[in-house]
Design a protein around this ligand. Structure first.
Ligand SMILES: *Cc1c(COP(=O)(O)O)cnc(C)c1O
Length: 307
């Protein structure tokens, strides 16, 4: 990977477009040391999905209060690690997770992840994570019985969201859950609006077009004087335009497509020739983004070295 542009200008753009929202960078997106170090120095928080990611961010000297363990299905041993290292904020969306946290963490500050309507996103995530609004009541009640502290609500609209109304609906749903939580004696103080923001400009819906919809929704449902801190978990937004994948062409072959027998009398020169190039990366490596993240790769030939 070659670094092209620093995430720093992206951070300034974020602060302009979403002044009320503190970004917690989703480390799983790209954990290159120069990226996480830059974002740490700019005051970003971090969304970590595993013990290894927590360890990396800790090693930069980032305080555990600037980390959210935003994986709703965590390994028990890794919850214990978070507990021992002062990482308190963590998401959940099921009863089993509550039981694990009650058993493995001294004083977790839980964030209830709700499902969103992500049918308009390139990569929907709510199939895998997120409680339904109906399910939230039972989870809040169970959390109360277990004497667990639930401090807020999170959601993820799916990566590369193409319909900003999804954010409005999710923010309004979050308000609903905040009010529901009050019935159980919880005074929630954290709203996490997740990721899903585009990282490049060649998209249907630009970053500022999304934030122009989010800001009024936040002001309506979570007014600035309401005592609720708002964070987000942008991943691609920070790094998609910062890196270019460089691969080498390591072999090539000319493939001649045989013409059908009926055309046999025609000149051999008309046979279709295709060049096949072999590169030193593949779908088991960097290109798994094509299989799993709907990435589109545009090859650019950079330099030619004849053998
Ligand atoms: C992947 C992920 C993100 C980042 O998603 P982007 O669409 O790249 O912004 C944020 N939060 C969670 C929980 C994730 O799994």
């Amino acid at each position: 990977m070659q670094q092209r542009r620093h995430p720093r200008p992206k951070h300034l753009r974020w602060a302009r477009a979403l002044p009320r929202v503190t970004p917690f960078y989703a480390v799983k997106c790209n954990n290159s040391i120069s990226v996480v170090r830059t974002l740490a120095s700019l005051g970003c928080g971090f969304d970590c999905a595993s013990k290894a990611e927590i360890q990396q961010i800790e090693s930069l000297g980032v305080a555990p209060s600037r980390i959210i363990y935003a994986n709703p299905c965590k390994q028990a041993s890794q919850i214990k690690y978070a507990s021992a290292h002062g990482v308190q904020k963590m998401t959940f969306d099921s009863e089993v997770e509550l039981l694990k946290v009650a058993r493995c963490h001294e004083n977790a500050k839980l964030v209830l992840r709700i499902a969103t309507d992500d049918s308009n996103s390139v990569c929907p995530l709510s199939v895998k994570f997120g409680a339904t609004l109906k399910g939230c009541r039972g989870l809040l009640q169970r959390a109360k019985e277990l004497s667990l502290d639930v401090i807020g609500v999170s959601f993820h609209v799916g990566s590369m969201c193409r319909d900003p109304a999804t954010y409005t609906q999710a923010i309004s749903d979050a308000r609903f859950v905040f009010d529901m939580a009050e019935e159980f004696g919880y005074k929630m103080s954290l709203l996490d609006i997740g990721g899903g923001f585009p990282g490049s400009e060649d998209v249907k819906l630009k970053f500022e077009e999304i934030t122009a919809i989010i800001n009024p929704a936040l002001d309506k449902y979570f007014p600035a004087d309401g005592g609720v801190r708002i964070i987000a978990e942008p991943g691609r937004y920070y790094v998609a335009s910062a890196y270019t994948l460089a691969v080498n062409i390591i072999a090539k072959k000319v493939i001649v497509k045989e013409q059908s027998p009926s055309n046999e009398e025609e000149d051999h020169e008309t046979n279709e020739k295709t060049m096949m190039y072999y590169v030193n990366d593949g779908v088991y490596g960097s290109f798994n983004c094509i299989l799993y993240d709907h990435a589109e790769c545009l090859p650019i030939l950079h330099a030619i070295n004849y053998l």
